[in-house]
Design a protein around this ligand. Sequence first.
Ligand SMILES: NC(=O)c1ccc[n+]([C@@H]2O[C@H](COP(=O)([O-])OP(=O)(O)OC[C@H]3O[C@@H](n4cnc5c(N)ncnc54)[C@H](OP(=O)(O)O)[C@@H]3O)[C@@H](O)[C@H]2O)c1
Length: 263
Amino acid sequence: MNDKVTENKIGILGAGNIGQSLIIKLLEKGYPKDNIKLTYRGSIFTFEKIYDNNLVDMISDNARLVEESDIIILSVLPQAFKQIGDFGLKEDKLVISFMAGVTIDEIKKQTGSDNVVRVMPTGPDTILNSNAIAGVYPENHMLSKLLDLLDVDYYLLDNEEDMKYMTLIGCLPAVYCKYDYESSENKEAVDKLSENFPLFKKLSYKASLLVPTDNKDEFVKKVSTPGGVTQKILSSLDNGESLYDSLVIALDYIDKLNDMVFV
Ligand SMILES: NC(=O)c1ccc[n+]([C@@H]2O[C@H](COP(=O)([O-])OP(=O)(O)OC[C@H]3O[C@@H](n4cnc5c(N)ncnc54)[C@H](OP(=O)(O)O)[C@@H]3O)[C@@H](O)[C@H]2O)c1
């Protein structure tokens, strides 16, 4: 691993919405094209986006990406991660997971690396627009450099448990596309959640500033990963649950995600 972040080979395993937004931003910031590899599962729609974004030369396969990268970014869905199986890493390569719900222990077990960090950002458009917010756990020098390069406003969390609140924060820009941030029901929900995670108040406000002024439906679509947490919150709201209850249902869902996928 080179101390200069851009000298490292970086592999984006799962170049969907989040993965491609990271690559586009890295390139914009001068990351050498030759130092980036990506993989996807073969969807024609994803290939079209890879093509449109001029990233075709980066396409690799998972085995090569894992072997040749100094930094491996996991931006697949948890279920897809499980299906990949053991990575068989024999050295402690830096593995950065963007996956919601999957614990560091699980990632260490499956990759074989002991050098695993988690990042939970707001959606892909916020990464592209240089206004993403993210939670990070645990502290990692190289990850900090990478997030600085990506213009991400990141917060080091006290423990991994707090990742679940950051996952909610990541969903809030989409929630606030549909639900008024200024409403008394939101204020009440934010106050209650801040009792367990004091940063919630400040970060929910920051999340409210990320609501786009137009193309809201497209924005919501990009952050609504199928089976993901944003979708869970929005469907609970559609079913008539209060905002607070919908967020608590989502927290419960995040808590169970790791066990649902890996046990
Ligand atoms: N979207 C968000 O706002 C957001 C925010 C924070 C965190 N996250 C986390 O980021 C992760 C990705 O979310 P996303 O919205 O970017 O999902 P996505 O658009 O569905 O991207 C996932 C990508 O993984 C690829 N993939 C699936 N199986 C694979 C395999 N075996 N090998 C290599 N690639 C494989 C898929 O390829 P195909 O397209 O070919 O199927 C797809 O391109 C999730 O774990 C989510 O929890 C998302």
